[in-house]
Design a protein around this ligand. Sequence first.
Ligand SMILES: [Zn+2]
Length: 727
Amino acid sequence: MRKTIELCGPKKVFSGARVVLAAGVIMMSSSVVSAQSADAGFGPANPFYAPSALPFHAPPFDKIKDGDYQPAIEAGMAEELNEIRAIADNTAAPTFENTIVAMEKTGALLQRAQVAFSGVTGANTNPVLEKVQRELAPKLAAHNDAIYLDGKLFERVKAIYEKRESLKLTPEGLRLVEVQYQRFVHSGANLSDADKERLKKINEEESTLSNAFRSKVLAATKDAAYFTADKSALAGLTDAEIAAAERAAKQRKKEGWVLPLQNTTQQPYLSSLRVRGTRQALFEDSWTRAERGDANDTRETIARLAQLRAEKGKLLGHDSYAAWKLEDQMAKTPANALKFMDALVPAATANATGEAKDIQELVDLQKGGFQVAPWDWEFYSEQVRKAKYDIDEAEVRPYFEMNNVLENGVFYAANQLYGLTFKERHDIPVWHPDVRVFEVFDTDGKPLALWYCDYYKRDNKNGGAWMSSFVRQSKLLGTLPVVYNVANLPKPAEGEPALISFSDVVTMFHEFGHALHGMFASSEYPILSGTAVARDFVEFPSQFNEHWATYPSVFAHYAKHYKTGAPMPAELAAKIKKAEDFNQGYALTELVAAAQLDMQWHSLPAGAPLQKPDEFERAALEKKGLTLSYVPPRYRSSYFSHIWGGGYAAGYYAYLWAEMLDDDAFQWFQDHGGLTRANGDRFRAMVLSRGNTEDLATMYEKWLGSAPNIEPMLKYRGLEKGETKKN
Ligand SMILES: [Zn+2]
């Protein structure tokens, strides 16, 4: 009954939709027949057959072969269904122990096989594993439904839920009952049979439309790529970029040059294209990609999706889809999320207006003779950036040698804050020779966790960076956490040092923040343990940990020249810190605009007519004061894959929400003496070790002494009080 999750990369990097992937598996439809069919057999020879005998129950990667996963996972699903069946069919009256706790003990085989599988398919995959993954994805989804829509099981859970106050449970036990009950209800277990049927139909249509949306956007994004037969239109691009554009054209069997589109509204090439007409054309290709009236136009699809989701929200007892979606989140209601986002708008737009003024000055200085438009933003802001903050990567990198950053930065901060110590272990099997393993010791010298890092980029690794667990901490199961971080840092040539960029440094701190959330877990029940929290909370510990990367005493401890050991010159260090504020008015405005669109689409009431997406979008942005012509939303409704094709419907605000928490929390540290063991221990005891064992808003407020504040977020983005910041 436990799920693995993957946690994403550093904040201010929002391109990937890969924050939390249930079971770490991306759903794909496929009829490919796997080379590893279930009849490959499952028995004692399979390395997943029995619990791992390695320290911390670490997966025996030295014994696991590609063909071992599928039989183990399929046997694991069957075993868990049997265990669940036994609980549901128990003739004894339902009790906390024989139902709720019993459920926590199910699925052990599935869990140990699935976490290892998720780990290798993410970080070290191959065609055989990919096939298995495609084949298992729908089975795993159906497996989950089979549990949460089991009427008999739900009856028992409900009976316990209804008398929970009289059962004298521990606070964590009470929380477990409530969380489990909510999961069933959230999935529709409480509906009449007729409504369950309707829900099933809605879910099917939603999934079909969502798939259709994904295919259309994929095709639209490919088709709408910018094309020119005139090379001079590409002035400003490097020779290598022009050669790539020529290759892209050849692949499409065209004579000329093609600039493929990225998923966001703004396009990277816009920062260097000198011909204004080219910029405008490229921007418009991006903006209208899915609205061209052809087979890949998504507008009808999303209008229907919004309508269908509104009906789903109502069927499940809420005013809107967003209200249903947020019931188990920290924000709890769309009104809370909207209030938060509304409060960001004045500061964000005021600063974007100030940034636009700088840009307009530059345009005028260069006698451009036009008003700045969205397609000009990247081009001129890049010039402003160069003039104000240009940082020479070659000058910076020698101060960020990866292993030094790890041991004297990431580990050092964890030692200073929480008293942790680390010892590398060479006896734990890994999935690739680049992986390192450390045993983590608590303040009293006792083993706390096992931590792996797999930092170097590989072609068979997913992009980005993430954290996940092989073993989730649980007192009930007697398990200590085994967690890992994966990233895509450049691998140096043999014998050369791994010199990384500052943003890579921040990634290491970020992912280690997730790791700490997993390693400090101190829960009775696995389902409430560690990083098993709501989406609008899960990025909080990781983003919080990023702050220590620039904390003076930590920075000084690791930012040293790899050859001479000399500290980074103060001037260079100051530049790095200052550059973090650049363009934040624009960046925040485009994010808030996208998050507002998401929330408004999903706040439509059931029975609302089919919307016209362009009109809806215009009205939605106007209503929220997001009317700056030169700051379009980061994603337009018609190609907003996170919300129509990914798992982020009514959830895009979560990125910003978690940012409010992490900046607010860091401000608390600053106000209470900064980096001290006392502050660290208190944060660990009241937040990092608590997982989902208490209502998250309550947990946060107890620690802080008040509800979260928005001001620190504006301050750390350099947008304090909505005043235009002059550098
Ligand atoms: Zn993350």
